[in-house]
Design a protein around this ligand. Sequence first.
Ligand code: 2BA
Length: 109
Amino acid sequence: MKLILAIIQTADEADTVQSLNKEGFFVTKLSTTGGFLKAKNTTLLIGTDNAKVDAVIAILKKHAGHRMQLSPVSGGDMRIFNPAGANMVEVPAGGCVVFIVDIDKAEKF
Ligand code: 2BA
């Protein structure tokens, strides 16, 4: 068994946890703070079988990994035209730091 500790952006928490739960994974959420930037983040604790670690990583990558996403802007040179009518700009989002730890034994009482 493994314990996966995933530090994610709090904005990505809802989608990530919902997707993990939907796939049958148990998750504990901790409200945490980065020691360097002092910004709030979220740490997920996920205990799972060794064979399912890659499935968890795939979900974390999809919902919490580094990506570019469109965000509305009111002006500036970086504006691009969006067919939906709004002025949008691509901004970096997400980011996930993962630690995977061997667990000798896990029990529930
Ligand atoms: P990341 O490396 O993507 O780390 C994002 C957050 O993940 C960190 O927030 C921290 O909460 C956690 N984290 C990352 N690596 C960790 C580790 N080895 N052990 C425990 N927790 C870890 P922050 O500490 O606020 O860092 C925010 C960003 O600032 C980092 O992004 C990195 O780009 C930079 N950074 C952090 N510490 C640094 C340092 N000592 N020197 C230079 N840059 C640093």
